[in-house]
Design a protein around this ligand. Structure first.
Ligand SMILES: [Zn+2]
Ligand SMILES: [Zn+2]
Length: 277
């Protein structure tokens, strides 16, 4: 099964519309695909319609931001969810409302660093989106020639310890996994080696994630090196989690990997779609 179960449209911080991402997924030969916008489900109906028209199996998804302990945050992808499930809809709206407050605080911090008008600038890039994310700020800073590309904006302005960083409280792990589970979906830890936590803390988190009903972990990640893929596979085996495949595509030229450009899953792992399709 050629699958890609993690990517974004302009409903959150991607560059293409849900229909454009769906067409690209079909053109790139995927057989199973999910759109997983940050804390949002608004693009799913459009994505599903185009996917089904093209004979592409589609899973409704969303990538939910969660906080853990003092100041760590993780991303949990819900797959096979019912996007109309009321507690999920309300929970995601709560996170999006919090994101707007965060966007104002990021802009205030950037202003202290001499960068003016960042909220309005980021909002322009978030025109079709219901959230303003750090990627939108990054595009504005690139436009202003403050940094050469989105990645260096994150490294120099938006990451922890940098001038535009603000701590933020997201959903709890328990809440996010309850919304996903009650909406009929499965919860998958996104890009496991892209968090600013120690390997020991990652393992503690994964234990709690599993205890709360988490079922999967991204193993074949577009952003991970071959060694990192192996490490994720070991985590999947150790915690008895199913394995997912994820390009985390945001748009042409802005992502590590295009749709479907993911490493192969190790043969011994159970794919996350085993019980979903
Ligand atoms: Zn993520
Ligand atoms: Zn993502």
């Amino acid at each position: 099964m050629k699958a890609d179960l993690h990517c974004h449209s302009n409903v959150s911080d991607g560059l293409l519309s849900p229909a454009e991402v769906a067409r690209r997924a079909a053109d790139r030969g995927l057989e199973l695909w999910s759109l997983t916008d940050h804390d949002e489900v608004a693009g799913l109906a459009e994505a599903r319609a185009v996917a089904e028209e093209r004979g592409l199996r589609f899973l409704d998804g969303s990538e939910i931001s969660v906080s853990w302990r003092d100041d760590a945050s993780f991303h949990v992808v819900g797959l096979g969810i019912d996007p109309a499930y009321p507690a999920l809809v309300a929970g995601l709206k709560g996170i999006r409302d919090g994101r707007d407050g965060r966007a104002h605080r990021i802009a205030a911090e950037l202003e202290k660093a001499g960068i003016r008008g960042a909220y309005e600038g980021a909002a322009r890039y978030a025109e079709k989106a219901s959230i303003i994310s750090r990627a939108h700020f990054a595009r504005f800073l690139v436009e202003r020639k403050i940094s050469p590309d989105v990645k260096s904006v994150f490294d120099h302005y938006l990451a922890k310890g940098k001038p535009g960083y603000v701590p933020h409280e997201w959903a709890s792990v328990e809440d996010a996994l309850r919304w996903i589970g009650n909406a009929g979906g499965v919860a998958v830890l996104a890009h496991p080696l892209r968090y600013r936590v120690s390997r020991d803390d990652l393992r503690v988190f994964l234990g709690e994630f599993k205890d709360c009903g988490g079922q999967g972990i991204e193993v074949a990640c577009g952003a991970h090196s071959p060694e990192e893929v192996k490490e994720c596979a070991r985590l999947a085996r150790h915690f008895g989690l199913k394995a997912s495949v994820a390009s985390d595509f945001h748009g042409p030229g802005e992502s590590y990997a295009d749709l479907g450009m993911t490493p192969p899953l190790p043969d011994d792992l159970v794919p996350i779609w085993h019980d979903l399709v």
